[in-house]
Design a protein around this ligand. Structure first.
Ligand code: RB5
Length: 149
């Protein structure tokens, strides 16, 4: 687990209940959760929620972020437009672990219409429990960063 235990959560309307379940789960594990909503069920636009969470990670205000929408895809695409963010959509625990270990992902995206709550919490645990391995993977992540520059 990373030293800085401050994490931002956000979603669109399709994932409010799952986001709140994740917030409760990781708060119980000792994370300081910055849940930036939304809290009401009206239809909203996932890009603005993905961007808002991504900016908290890119600025260093939060070490990591977890974002959700119906599929996890749209909000991930928005987050990845913010410089310094590496976000992957995961529907399995292996991928959630590997995006930390090999890709140094600083954000995780989950599809609330794709996975149930039990699996989602396991995915979150796999992501938060993994560490970046560096080495040859660092070279490759640096190559991703160079594309941004
Ligand atoms: C909203 O209906 C849905 O399009 C959104 O939650 C997400 O799945 C987009 O990628």
């Amino acid at each position: 687990m990373t030293d800085t235990k401050r994490i931002v959560l956000s979603s669109d309307h399709a994932a409010i209940e799952l986001r709140q379940a994740i917030a409760k789960h990781i708060a119980a594990a000792g994370w300081e959760v910055v849940d930036i909503g939304p809290t009401t069920p009206e239809s909203t636009h996932y890009p603005k929620h993905g961007e808002a969470a991504a900016r908290k990670v890119a600025s260093g205000d939060c070490a990591l972020g977890i974002i959700l929408c119906g599929t996890g895809q749209g909000i991930m695409m928005a987050a990845n437009k913010v410089k310094g963010v590496r976000c992957g959509v995961c529907s399995d625990t292996f991928s959630a672990r590997m995006i930390r270990q090999h890709n140094n992902a600083n954000m995780l995206s989950i599809g609330a219409r794709v996975v149930g709550e039990g699996l989602a919490l396991d995915i979150v645990d796999a992501f938060l429990g993994a560490e970046f391995e560096g080495g040859r993977h660092g070279t490759r992540v640096d190559m991703i960063t160079a594309i941004e520059d």
